[in-house]
Design a protein around this ligand. Structure first.
Ligand code: MG
Length: 397
């Protein structure tokens, strides 16, 4: 028989005044449901959005649709945001897992929107179960960035999907067969941005019997690395219990999965221990609070869907993102029909949508370009406006 042993913890971090992350550690109607949500929005709006998402998942009945609940959370966040000016534009990521399947074939169902992540640790190896819905992840997929470049990218917090961004939200889901000894990790980007994946894997693999120690150690690692964002970790261990003749007493409950109909509608596998959650790091006790202006600057970027094109990005992004402003204050050179053209923006096209527009045509043909400028044109070297002006003057032979 399999059973679940979870532990979850969250910490505001060392910089943020609020904790806009929220977590669910089996306290809902479906005791096998776990989630991490990372709220986005000015002032306290992000907290409201992540809380709405978690509250809706809490009410989810074991047999009800996972995706439908996440879509419902999306609608609720939009509706609440529309009803209150201070909350307008709020959003949240979500990553959630629930367990089910049959006794013979137990499974985990994982759903996510945004850049909160799920990982599986099996036989000492950690593998990601989710792909971030973020600008840099798109750029890595399209081959415009390496994973290392993405980790250092100034726009790494710009997400391309969120709950609360649009009427409809696309939810990524997967079903994963699970077995005794598996350990699942859900986390917000306050962990994955601060701690390299290899280190997360090491910490996660340590203390195999107890999910609490690695959860605390992961939070500590994120804080040691600077703790510049709220950090949330939920670990769920899948364990094997020796079968007993009698019904176990106390709070030991099995991850049995025999359906009444024989092949579906599994009984849900509740957690063995009462779920343990900890909300640490009340930011009010922290001394390193920056002034309000500095804190607002650190807010995560907007959440436009890049498929809608630059205009949508502009509208959403100007509200919240210094990263986008960083992009529009950059220029680079490229070739159009053999002519050198200066573009404003960034030389990327995630999902086929250019993040730049033509700024100035030079009338200089590629064959006339002075040698020192050929490399920068080829590599789309980024310039500020002050830097590119003299280059444009000096470009041609
Ligand atoms: Mg975050």
């Amino acid at each position: 028989m399999l059973f679940l042993e979870p532990f979850g913890a969250t910490d505001a971090g060392k910089v943020r005044a609020n904790n806009e992350d929220a977590l669910l550690v089996g306290e809902g109607r479906d005791e096998t449901l776990f989630a991490v949500a990372d709220g986005i929005g000015g002032f306290e709006a992000g907290e409201v959005a992540s809380r709405i998402a978690v509250d809706i998942l809490k009410e989810l009945e074991p047999e009800a649709s996972f995706e439908a609940a996440i879509r419902e959370a999306n609608r609720r966040i939009l509706a609440v945001g529309r009803g209150d000016e201070r909350l307008s534009g709020m959003g949240t990521t979500i990553v959630a897992v629930r367990f089910g399947g049959t006794r013979e074939e137990p499974v985990a169902q994982v759903a996510h929107v945004g850049d909160s992540r799920a990982y599986l640790l099996r036989s000492g190896e950690m593998k990601p179960l989710t792909e971030d819905h973020s600008l840099v992840a798109e750029l890595v997929r399209s081959g415009d960035l390496t994973r290392d470049q993405a980790a250092e990218h100034p726009q790494k917090n710009l997400i391309t999907r969120a709950l609360g961004a649009d009427e409809e939200v696309e939810v990524d889901t997967m079903v994963l067969p699970v077995e005794a000894g598996d350990r699942l990790l859900l986390c917000s980007d306050g962990l994955s941005d601060m701690v390299p994946e290899a280190r997360i894997a090491e910490i996660l693999a340590d203390v195999p019997d107890d999910p609490e120690a690695p959860a605390r150690n992961l939070i500590a690692a994120a804080l040691d690395a600077g703790g510049s964002d709220n950090v949330t970790v939920v670990i769920v261990d899948i364990k094997q219990e020796t079968p007993r003749e009698e019904e176990p007493s106390g709070d030991t409950r099995e991850m049995s999965a025999v359906s009444r109909s024989g092949n579906q509608a599994p009984t849900r596998p509740p957690a063995q221990r009462p779920p343990r959650t900890e909300r640490q790091g009340d930011a009010r006790n922290r001394v390193s609070r920056p002034p309000k202006a500095a804190r607002r600057k650190r807010k995560r970027g907007g959440f436009g869907r890049f498929v809608r094109g630059l205009a949508a990005v502009l509208i959403v992004a100007t509200a919240l993102t210094p990263a986008y402003l960083w992009g529009t204050s950059r220029y680079f050179l490229g070739l159009d029909d053999g002519e050198v053209v200066a573009y404003q923006g960034l030389p990327y096209a995630p999902l086929g949508v250019e993040l730049n527009e033509e700024w100035r045509r030079t009338g200089v043909q590629a064959s006339e370009v002075k040698t020192p400028y050929r490399g920068p044109i080829e590599n789309h070297t980024l310039y500020t406006q002050a830097e590119i002006e003299p280059v444009l003057q000096d470009l041609g032979k």
